[in-house]
Design a binder for this molecule. Structure first.
Ligand code: G6P
Length: 609
């Protein structure tokens, strides 16, 4: 949801800002812009379209300044256009601002400014903030003007602001939207996340909510928005610039699919105690006693993370015997949920910045719940605001369609099942068999990935079909939903995920030879029932791509194509069955010529409601 980056230092700002924008492009990509101060004058360039279009427009331009800001946008207020692209300037042209978030009271503020005689050049909420800062920028004190303006603003913001008549200061502030400061040698980079920073330094400060930072050649100072000093810890990034490279892959999505044996291993490392049949999650140590007491779990998330939560419900409820509810964060936050004294809430988010999930976290905390997090991005807002939690350690996920985060989330939820279950009804011998099965998953994923070419062949047959049905049951119902979501997101093909047996209550009416079904039919307790569903599809002329258990020869009688997964305990099968579905979506999207890593209208991290 918009990426912002700012630079102040001794080097030319332009290449650092452009490189930062490319790294942040996954956050939004409908327009981009840059403002650099050179000899006390702004040079501003904006384009409708992607960062590459901005690169093209600025090629060969003399952009020599050593301070600047840049932005890649995901439109909320005002259509994607050059006029609405950031940076926005105030009426006097002295202030330039980039913004991630939403100014909720912008109409009221705008009206007041219009009454004062200000003429607006864009339809954005952001320009209101630029104008307001310009109004208060009277004595060369930029930080003071920013503070005064922000005091009038309702909503969320991560901003970077500079003034052309004082190019020695860059001001950043945040509320609800993330902002990180990279600390280099005599230089600072301010950005929405560390991907825009890691090539230059591994020393960072995660700015806290309602904080403001002033960066200058002499150093930096952090305060609250109302100007009280706050100290911020300097942290070392846990990944290097190489994690942001696509390597030999055509797309980040494919790279991330292929990384899963390693990322699942990372999620378990040091946490899965195979010989003891147990799990340890150090991030939950502070609440271990509470974990013993709880009688209800609520898992809250959005998108793919919500599908992982649903898989978690099946796994934890069945094995650990704790009632689990799964909630869309966007629903949970507005529906007055009941939270008892022994209810524990987990929020699950790859980015740790999803606005609805963050709001749900706050709502649950407000009602007195202990709220724990399962996040990938270290230092993210959700990771910081929760009472404890577990990181995925999956490394940066750049492809907008989430893949490796999903399997890491299910891995962590499986560890949680073992942890909670061993405190309750799971015996030590069952614990050992769970732990053994889980430890074998990375190798089994490797084996499935070797079927990439077989998946591609199937994709070729169905790449031009415009409707798909995905069916799964029990542990694999969430995987059916996730498989359909992957296809929708990146290939713009209509796909519905359904609980297999529910098919007969509606979707069966759609089935014909042009609507293929992807059916997860592994050898588990519902295998025979799923086979019946497959027969029902074929009786109506529907084509079937089945995901089945290795060694199941008879399934070929009921399906047109079969992809196999190695045998595992059914509870852990989602970690395997989802892999062919990710590959299928990837290849169909590639064959349709879609922009896989940056699908239209989507953004990696949704920091607006
Ligand atoms: C967006 C992304 C999805 C993601 C969802 C939740 O919609 O495009 O891939 O699953 O947000 O994101 P989170 O970071 O909270 O897991």
């Amino acid at each position: 949801m918009c990426g912002i980056v700012g630079y102040i230092g001794k080097r030319k700002a332009y290449p650092i800002l452009m490189e930062g924008l490319s790294a942040l492009e996954y956050r939004g990509y409908d327009s981009a812009g840059i403002a650099i101060v050179d000899r006390a004058r702004f040079a501003v360039h904006k384009v409708k379209g992607k960062v590459d279009a901005l690169k093209e427009q600025t090629k060969g331009k003399r952009l020599n300044g050593t301070i600047g800001v840049a932005h890649t946008r995901w439109a909320t207020h005002g259509a994607p256009s050059q006029a609405n692209a950031h940076p926005h300037k105030d009426a006097s042209g002295r202030i330039a601002l980039v913004h991630n978030g939403i100014i909720e009271n912008y109409t009221t503020l705008k009206q007041k400014l219009v009454n004062d005689g200000v003429t607006f050049r864009s339809e954005t909420d952001t320009e209101v903030l630029a104008q307001l800062i310009g109004k208060y920028y009277t004595n060369g004190d930029l930080a003071k003007a920013v503070r005064r303006a922000l005091a009038e603003v309702e909503g969320t913001f991560g901003i970077a602001v500079l003034a052309q008549d004082n190019p020695t200061v860059l001001v950043g502030a945040r509320k609800g939207s993330p902002l990180v400061v990279g600390i280099g040698d005599d230089e600072y980079i301010l950005a929405s996340d560390t991907s825009a920073i890691v090539r230059h330094t591994n020393q960072v400060i995660y700015l806290k909510d309602n904080n403001l930072v002033v960066l200058s050649a002499d150093g930096y100072s952090t305060t609250t928005l109302d100007n009280r000093h706050v100290s911020c810890e300097v942290q070392t990034l846990e990944y290097g610039a190489e994690a942001l490279a696509k390597d030999a892959y055509d797309h980040f999505m494919l790279k991330e699919i292929m990384e899963q044996p390693e990322t699942i291993r990372n999620a378990m490392r040091g946490r899965l105690l195979v010989d003891d049949g147990a799990a340890r999650l150090d991030g939950l140590n502070l609440v271990l006693n509470e974990l013993r007491r709880i009688d209800r779990l609520i898992l809250v998330a959005c998108g793919t993370s919500w599908h992982a939560a649903l898989a978690g419900e099946y796994i934890i409820e069945d094995m650990a015997g704790i009632p689990v509810e799964v909630e869309y964060a966007s629903e949970f936050r507005y529906r007055n949920p009941i939270i008892g004294p022994n209810t524990l809430v987990f929020v699950i988010s790859q980015s740790g910045e999803t606005a609805d999930t963050l709001a749900a976290l706050r709502e649950a905390a407000h009602k007195g719940a202990t709220v724990l997090g399962i996040c990938n991005v270290v230092g993210s807002s959700i990771a910081r605001e929760t009472h404890g939690g577990v990181y995925l350690h999956a490394g940066p996920e750049i492809g907008v369609a989430s893949t490796k985060a999903f399997t890491s989330q299910i891995t962590v939820l499986s560890l949680l099942m073992i942890l909670l279950g061993r405190m309750r009804r799971i015996s030590s011998s069952d614990g050992v068999s769970f732990a053994r099965a889980l430890s074998r998953i990375p190798g089994q994923v490797e084996k499935i990935l070797k079927q990439n070419d077989a998946v591609k062949k199937i994709a070729r047959i169905y790449a031009r079909h415009n409707n798909f049905l995905y069916l799964g049951r029990s542990y694999n119902f969430p995987v059916a939903l996730e498989g359909a979501l992957k296809l929708k997101e990146i290939s713009y093909v209509h796909a519905e995920g359904y609980a297999a047996a529910e098919m007969k209550h509606g979707p069966i009416a759609l089935i014909d030879r042009d609507m293929p079904s992807v059916v997860i039919a592994i050898r588990d307790s519902v295998y025979d029932k799923v086979i019946t569903n497959m027969q029902e599809i074929r009786a109506r002329g529907g084509k079937i791509i089945a995901v089945a258990t290795e060694g199941d020869k008879s399934i070929a009688r009921h399906a047109d194509h079969v992809l196999y997964i190695p045998k595992t305990l059914p509870i852990f099968s989602p970690l395997l069955t989802v892999i062919p579905l990710q590959l299928l979506a990837y290849h169909i999207a590639a064959l349709r010529g879609c922009e896989i890593d940056q699908p239209r209208n989507l953004a990696k991290s949704v920091t607006v409601e």
